[in-house]
Design a protein around this ligand. Sequence first.
Ligand code: IMP
Ligand code: MG
Length: 177
Amino acid sequence: MKKWNAHVTKVLYTQQQIQIRVQEIGAQISRDYDGKNPLMVCVLKGACMFYADLLRSCTIPLEMDFMKVSSYGTATKTSGTVHFTMPLSQNITGRHVILVEDILDTGTTLHAVLPRLRVQQPASLAICALLEKPARRQYPVSLQYSGFSIPDVFVVGYGLDYAGQYRNLPYIGVYTP
Ligand code: IMP
Ligand code: MG
């Protein structure tokens, strides 16, 4: 039987390397948001693993919320049109919001999401992404918290998918068709 992850040709970050970096970001957020009770927003589905680990590495009071966006492109490229398939469950006016994303690639997704949140006038709005691919940026989106900067490769695992698959790999690997 063919290995289900045969197309994952290289491990970019091991489970242990991810955990060390996630702990560092959690500690940083805990220092920066002490006393602010931030609302940490998980952008589904890709950020789910990162979000769950990151929040458990934060040592301050905080609240959780979820939103879901899809761009319905091909498996490795966004279509450019962002659909909001699940909105936040609450108003964010006056809140310190931290958006937690899996990866900042072209910036198309965040470029569409940020204005939607800003109209509600949060007290502050920060973005935390586990990964970023600076070489592919098309919109000027900047991250307040960034896990790893990676080259222009397609990665899967730890929440990231190729056509819906591989999200449950515990590491981040390079997908080769
Ligand atoms: P952007 O809108 O181009 O910045 O892309 C953001 C979304 O595309 C991410 O939230 C991911 O869902 C997806 N994406 C971009 N690059 C990758 C990758 O290397 N692996 C898996 N998903 C990716
Ligand atoms: Mg995706």
